[in-house]
Ligand binder design. Sequence first.
Ligand code: ADP
Length: 236
Amino acid sequence: MTKVLDFKNVTRAYKAAKVTAIADVSFEVNESEFFCFVGPSGCGKSTILRLIGGIEPITSGTMEKPNEVSMVFQSGALLPWMSVEENVSFVNKAKGLSRMKIDEQTTKYLKMVDLEAFRFRYPRELSGGQKQRVGIARALAVEPKVLLLDEPFSALDPVTTDELHECLLKVWQETQKTIVMVSHSIEEAVFLSDKVAVMKQGGIKEILEVKLKRPRNSESKDFLQLLDKIKSLLES
Ligand code: ADP
């Protein structure tokens, strides 16, 4: 298995604020793995994504990661003055890719998230779920080695969240991308991921492998047992 991410004893401190967001964090993510961080608000989940995204530097430790990563944000973070197509293609345009290549990538990923028919719409004309699908297509269009998702479904209703879970699993299976996601929902993490890192107060308490077969049944005994295990880790 090829390692895509390797954190060894990584600490990130905000010195001015005298806050240590994460301390001594170690984990590895393999190629094509779906890896998820769960834990209470403020435990350092988003900090880890920002470090992988190269938005911030580490304070100490070592971090190996590819440069080609892209992020799907909580709100979709679409540019309101651009159409769906333009939102998905603008980074590739800025990179100077050929028109044909840009069009090929845009069409491929809009199809993958079932939004080709919405190509010429604007964000204001889309539902919350559709905006997140555009956010996923945009992140994929630059062909990243790692796809990062920061609580991407937290603002959506339960039915739309289920649809987006299916969409993300389809994207993952078709592209074989390495995915690193942050979630505040243990159910979501267990439903989607190969591995769940349980975080508490700036550290990883345990990394659990989810061996349940897909498609997963969130009411099965094994699923519920794993949820209980994670809950007790969070409470201990
Ligand atoms: P989570 O994503 O788990 O909610 P974060 O990674 O956002 O947590 O934050 C971890 C800790 O670091 C929190 O205590 C937060 O207040 C602090 N923190 C995050 N960003 C900054 C910053 N830019 N300056 C100072 N403290 C920060």
